[in-house]
Design a protein around this ligand. Structure first.
Ligand code: FE2
Ligand code: FE2
Length: 270
């Protein structure tokens, strides 16, 4: 993992995963440096990752007041329980369903939970966070938000893209990705992560795209994309085309066996 700051308001905690056949998928968590500091998602839970240690290089975890879990998928919850211990004053922002899903792994202390639905607001001292459901999502507990202090949208999985190299997955600006590569990666991700988009009523779906676009944020942050600054038009055009993207079909057992055969060590001669 590495961390970097964008502007005065946000630090990115960047990680990535190599997805066979697809590319390198960024996995970001964030710190919003509000008067009441907010940690957005908590990274991967792989054994060699230590989310709280990485976070400690950015902020004293004991000062964290809010942990905004955009949704309880496992690439977002890696450091959650460790952070709840390290940040005793923090409340976990999620939904009723989010609590239910997390409770299948470990009971959540309900006095640490703060239930917030799309359309509601959270005051964090010097700014207001406006909760909304992003147009694309893979989990019904998903809630992103717009921070009116930094004019930044935190969009959870929406806008993600597997990228060609680990360097691109770790880069600090989505504009480093060639525009056509960014678009094709995002449309692929839309089909992988939100396959329902091919079957939804297009006009209803487009309404959600337009209402997010109307927020008119300067920065769009996705868990699975380098920070997107000034890319609004390009990104919302891509979202509008997602229903017509090629549906994704993953590798089947035969493809897996062929893949594994390529990794088998050559038999020793004689
Ligand atoms: Fe997800
Ligand atoms: Fe995700």
């Amino acid at each position: 993992m590495h961390t970097y700051r964008i502007g005065e308001h946000v630090t990115v905690l960047n990680d990535h995963l190599e997805v066979p056949g697809l590319g390198f998928l960024p996995v970001n968590a964030f710190v919003l440096h509000a008067r009441e500091p907010v940690v957005v998602d908590t990274g991967l839970g792989l054994p060699d990752r230590d989310f709280v240690a990485t976070l400690s290089s950015v902020i004293d975890p004991a000062t964290v007041r809010w942990i905004w879990l955009t949704h309880p998928d496992r690439d977002h919850t890696g450091g959650l329980f460790a952070l709840l211990e390290a940040a005793p004053h923090a409340r976990l922002v999620t939904t009723f369903l989010g609590v239910g899903l997390m409770s299948t792994e470990r009971p959540l202390p309900l006095d640490r939970v703060y239930l917030l639905n799309p359309g509601q607001k959270l005051e964090v001292g010097d700014r207001t966070l406006h909760a909304f459901r992003p147009p694309l999502f893979d989990n019904p507990a998903t809630v992103g938000f717009y921070d009116d202090g930094s004019r930044t949208c935190f969009s959870s999985d929406c806008f993600g893209a597997p990228l060609a190299t680990s360097e691109l997955a770790s880069c600090m600006d989505a504009r480093e990705v060639p525009a056509d590569e960014l678009r094709s990666g995002q449309l692929l991700w839309a089909a992988v992560d939100s396959p329902w988009v091919h079957n939804a009523k297009t006009d209803r779906y487009l309404q959600t795209v337009h209402s997010m676009q109307a927020i008119d944020s300067d920065v769009i942050l996705s868990t699975h994309l380098p920070p997107a600054i000034g890319l609004g038009t390009q990104l919302f055009d891509m979202l509008a085309d997602a229903p017509d993207a090629d549906p994704f079909v993953g590798p089947d057992q035969q493809a897996l066996q062929e893949m594994l055969a390529r990794f088998e060590p050559a038999t020793a001669p004689g």
